[in-house]
Design a protein around this ligand. Sequence first.
Ligand code: ADP
Length: 373
Amino acid sequence: MKAGILGGGQLGRMLLQAAANYTVETYVMEKDAKCPSAHLCHHFVLGDIEDFNSVYNFGKGLDAITIEIEAVNVDALAKLESEGVKVFPATTAIRTIKNKILQKEFYQQQEIRSPDFTITESAEQLRKCAAFLPAAHKIALGGYDGRGVQLLRTEVDLDKGFDAPSVLEKMVDIKKEIAVMVALGETGETAIYPAAEMIFDPALNLLDFQISPADIPEQVLSKVEELALRVVKALKSPGIFAVEMFVDNYDEVWVNETAPRVHNSGHHTIEANYCSQFDMLWRIILGLPLGNTKPVMSSAIVNVLGAEGHSGDAVYKGLEDVLQLKNTFVHLYGKQQTKPSRKMGHVTILSNDRQELIQQAMKIKGMLKVVSL
Ligand code: ADP
């Protein structure tokens, strides 16, 4: 089997690491020859994943293609699909999810609970939407890692919005942010991973780490799982999906957004679950039985981000200390250059004691710093 990955970032890298267990010849396309995946695949192709001809030529001789980011040329994928290349997830699913407006309309059509929204085409139109506030303004195309979202609370915030087609979505009073990975096999079978929760505590300056399984009551968990499965079944495509949801103060559950691919919120599955999200996607692509999603242990993920004020060749201060911690697994993405807040790696911690997970996560955040020479 010849399988291609569009995008050569850290997700592609971990997908390639998992591919080593299977008989698969891997191809990666990315416009940076020094990307995290370049030296781990069998064939690296330098090219722009948003360009029709580049994607079409890359995919033409392959049996299957998957993505590690949604910003790909969907028309080229559709042509490849029509010519018999298997695309995971199906092009229709990528097309729907890639554009936030189409994604929200899809939830609406499918009667999947997601915050109310209106569409704004320009900054001028947004300025007329004061009555819709407080709201989250989300650019339709090209917004990743929080850069495509502005929280607008009052009328003065309207100037912070995007001057491009966007979704203006009612603000939810969020109690918890949850993500659930769901796998859908080619014959329609599903497997769902335990929910993960984002931990966000500004008082402790403890941003940006995640614990799985999430600490939520049984009846909320069943709503979360039901909603995640509904989203994925409605997309009608084999693949692996991350469904991000909000639990509000009334324990209602809302879909925030879906990623049609392996996802940051599933990194812990490498060590913490019997079958990792990466292994799961290869099983789907290769038409093998789905894997076991059960947790081996509870876990936390800490992101390793470039330190403020440092740009240049990366140096990992405190790495040796972290490597000595028990049940702790360091993943560095092989990026040579650091810059403030750049995602350079992650650390997974295993423990069935939630307090210990939180303490270790905080400790590691303090211990490991990515600086420049
Ligand atoms: P991205 O894909 O860039 O991470 P998200 O749509 O997940 O963008 O939004 C980023 C963050 O903004 C969310 O994690 C959440 O904290 C906040 N947010 C997004 N939509 C809403 C909403 N409707 N109500 C309240 N907060 C929101």
